[in-house]
Design a protein around this ligand. Structure first.
Ligand SMILES: [Zn+2]
Length: 312
């Protein structure tokens, strides 16, 4: 009698332990789901979309940091499908990378960034970003690299990436301000992974500037050339076809800049899988690094395959 009772007791105890362990696992999964689905970032994102649907003025009031400057941008924003963004943002960036998580537009203390290159790269690795490209400014009117800084910039970044053993690939790029830089003699001495041009179409001289970019590509075809947060502001409608044709022909990369949301520009609706894209946060601060969800959704919604995102 005692013997059989003891067996009964032992089996019961094992079952109870199993039950407890399973319950803990289930509670943990539920906790993680809630934590990631309702993270601060996600709540902010979703409230931004809802507010955009209700009233643009309120949106600006609550999301001053979001640089959706025109009503057109907000209309686009309001049409974004919220649920996929919500879930994608939670699982895409946290549990496993559904897509390549890249950030090809980052600033450091070499120009107007708030952190040293080392800190930015470490923060990117911590966030699980698989590839980063540091792209400090080359300009004369803002904190930026000048010709004589290139050597130091390259050596420093190269040293950092060889000394840190991270799961993050580090590329070296530059963001050239075409409103103030017109000599590329020093630039071409270095093997940049990515050269981004800014202020190409934002000013009346856009045709000359586009020509500068095309001439550069003709002379140095091995460089990856991109248009940083470009908007086609100054291009008359009648010239758009010509501009797109040149961008396609010369394989100039179009950046989907998640900091400025430039791809909310109506002309971006005409882009297709004949173009090359890159994704960049334009982070000047660690907190802005690696937000790729909106750019990925932009491509998916237009049926542009993700392999049109350039690989450096
Ligand atoms: Zn920038």
């Amino acid at each position: 009698m005692y013997y059989s009772l003891n067996i009964y007791y032992t089996q019961d105890r094992t079952t109870v332990i199993r039950l407890v362990v399973t319950s803990i696992k289930i509670i943990k999964i539920i906790y993680l789901l809630i934590k990631y689905l309702f993270s601060y970032e996600n709540i902010k994102l979703v409230s931004l979309f809802y507010l955009a649907r209700i009233d643009p003025k309120i949106t600006f009031l609550f999301h001053k940091g979001f640089q959706a400057r025109s009503t057109d941008n907000l209309k686009n924003l309001a049409s974004v499908k919220i649920i996929p963004v919500f879930i994608g943002n939670a699982i895409g960036g946290k549990f496993f990378p559904l897509v390549r998580i890249i950030d090809y537009h980052i600033h450091t203390s070499f120009s107007d960034g708030m952190f040293s290159p080392r800190d930015m790269i470490l923060a990117a690795a911590e966030r699980g970003i698989q590839e980063v490209c540091i792209t400090d400014h080359h300009s004369v009117w803002k904190p930026a690299l000048s010709d004589i800084d290139f050597e130091d910039y390259f050596t420093t970044l190269d040293r950092i990436r060889s000394h840190l053993s991270l799961g993050t690939k580090v590329f070296i790029g530059i963001e050239v301000d075409l409103s103030s830089i017109d000599s590329f003699d020093m630039l071409r001495e270095f093997s940049w992974d990515l050269v981004l041009f800014e202020y190409v179409f934002a000013q009346p001289e856009w045709e000359d500037r586009l020509q500068t970019v095309l001439n550069f590509k003709k002379k140095y075809p091995h460089y990856n050339l991109g248009l940083a947060h470009t908007r086609f502001t100054r291009v008359p409608e009648s010239k758009m076809e010509y501009v797109f044709e040149k961008i396609r022909e010369f394989e100039i990369i179009i950046e989907l800049n998640t900091g400025y949301g430039n791809y909310m520009d109506k002309w971006f609706n005409y882009l297709d899988d004949a173009f090359w894209f890159s994704i960049g946060s334009d982070a000047h601060h660690k907190d802005s690094l690696g937000n790729t969800t909106l750019a990925i959704n932009f491509l998916k919604e237009r049926g542009i395959p993700l392999n049109r995102i350039v690989k450096l």
